[in-house]
Design a protein around this ligand. Structure first.
Ligand code: ZN
Length: 467
């Protein structure tokens, strides 16, 4: 379901929209001009990409609990200090600590004609290891979790291969991802229930390439824990073709990953303190942790850089703020939302004063609009902003959750909004070795930051709330 387009919404509600609350003096630029100025400044300065490039160079590997994540925390603190943010601080939380280990290998063991052929593989985050020398098993293919649940008996003593592709007919690739991600999250335990010895999952991407895409998985209570790994879409096609040709394929899998005790960690927080209502807060953020295959450039270095840049832009143009704009670089989105939960718990007493929480965690691509939890009345109050942003092609709104890290604030009634960039290329790089700075377009990234700055600036100027 999609909400009515903002053009429709605009036509219906615009006559009843109150004038922009911070009524500018006669000579002050109107909202449209201020939005254009934010976009022009973002493109002219090109700072967002520089911030992201610095993160990817300083802390390219920053999984929760790792030394790289600690480096990223210090990077975030230094960035905020350099940008002149106030109240820069580290807010503690405990995070999981899983290590990939030195060895990850998947190869064909039989039939002999193909023996030794390697298949591109990455352990899923949270997986247990195989024996040090690896395991060998015949492979049984399933078209996804449903197929496994119906026909799982075939997998007893074997390696279950879950080969559900992303649905290419979904225009919104996040929907395609949502329909297939269950095989990654729950595949190991579902396969273990029927006696499988390991699970291999087709990577969650619409591309046909050699990059395995990792991601989190979980083990159900009371079920044996078996090793779980993603294979590239090309490897999945190769394996499927061999099986379809009638070959009894056996694979050798070696994973040396392990789970260590939880580690103390931090969200990184800094502010532009409001001049008129400093106790009212707009949060903007992304998550600082990332999977280790690539550099987490899109996921979610882009969101962190855009959050920092959106505040820089607002201040560079002298747009207040009236309320406090708080940038939060969240710990541990990928592995259990511990940073988001810690933020909501730490700030429980002031969540009633949170006017908005905005997150960017869908990649640094061309911005299309926003999604979130706003009710109809609150959405209607955004109509003038959408009118002002039409020049940038920002027209999209859909109901949603805003973002994983800000999600824990939902219960307190904080309005949650997420930036929605074009989704076509996100899952090309998501959780894969290709998620590197070279695959981030500087102008598209900057435009996303400008869109976020425009939303923050507009909501900062509204009288009352979006609740
Ligand atoms: Zn993310």
């Amino acid at each position: 379901m999609r909400a009515p387009s903002f053009a429709t919404l605009l036509a219906v509600v615009l006559p009843s929209i109150p004038a922009f609350a911070q009524a500018p003096a006669a000579a002050a630029p109107d909202l449209g001009a201020r939005c254009r100025a934010l976009f022009a400044r973002a493109l002219e300065d090109n700072r967002c990409h520089a911030i992201l490039a610095d993160l990817c160079a300083t802390a390219p590997k920053r999984m929760s609990g790792s030394a790289g994540y600690a480096t990223a925390v210090e990077w975030g603190r230094q960035q905020m200090l350099a940008l002149g943010f106030a109240n820069v601080r580290l807010e503690p939380c405990m995070v999981p600590h899983w290590e990939r280990g030195a060895r990850e290998e998947l190869s064909i063991a039989a039939p002999g004609a193909f023996a030794g052929e390697k298949l591109a593989v990455l352990a899923l985050g949270g997986s247990v290891a195989t024996a040090p020398t690896g395991l060998v098993g015949r492979v049984v293919e399933f078209k996804g979790l449903g197929d496994l649940r119906e026909n799982g008996a075939r997998a007893k003593g074997a390696i279950a291969f879950l080969n559900q592709p992303l649905d290419p007919t979904e225009l919104d690739t996040f929907r395609a991802y949502g329909k297939a991600v269950g095989q990654r999250w729950a595949g190991a335990s579902e396969a273990a229930r029927v006696g499988a010895i390991a699970v291999l999952v087709r990577s969650l991407t619409l591309r046909l390439d050699d990059h395995p895409h990792t991601g989190s998985m979980g083990y159900a209570d009371g079920v044996p824990q078996i090793p779980a790994a993603a294979i590239s879409t090309r490897a999945a096609e190769r394996l499927s073709a061999l099986l379809a040709a009638g070959h009894a394929v056996e694979l050798k899998l070696a994973l040396h990953c392990r789970t260590l005790p939880d580690e103390p960690s931090f969200n990184v927080v800094g502010e532009l303190v409001g001049t008129a209502k400093p106790d009212e807060i707009l949060v903007v953020g992304g998550h600082l942790d990332a999977w280790d295959a690539g550099d987490g450039a899109h996921d979610d270095g882009a969101g962190c850089a855009q959050a920092l840049e959106s505040l820089r832009l607002i201040r560079a143009l002298g747009y207040g703020p009236r309320r406090t704009l708080r940038c939060v670089l969240f710990a541990n989105e990928e592995f259990g939302t511990r940073g988001g939960n810690a933020y909501a718990a730490t700030h429980a007493d002031e969540l009633a004063k949170h006017v908005l929480a905005l997150e960017s965690d869908r990649g640094g691509f061309l911005p299309r609009g926003f999604e979130g939890t706003l009710n109809d009345a609150a959405r209607a109050r955004l109509a003038p902003l959408y009118e002002a942003l039409a020049f940038a092609g920002i027209a999209h709104w859909e109901p949603g959750n805003g973002g994983v890290d800000i999600g824990p604030m939902k219960g307190a009634g904080v309005p949650l909004v997420g930036l929605v960039p074009d989704s076509q290329r996100y899952f090309d790089v998501h959780h894969a070795a290709s998620d590197v700075i070279e695959n981030v377009h500087p102008r598209e990234l900057a435009l996303g930051a400008a869109a976020m700055a425009a939303l923050l600036h507009y909501v900062d100027g509204l009288e009352g709330t979006l609740r």
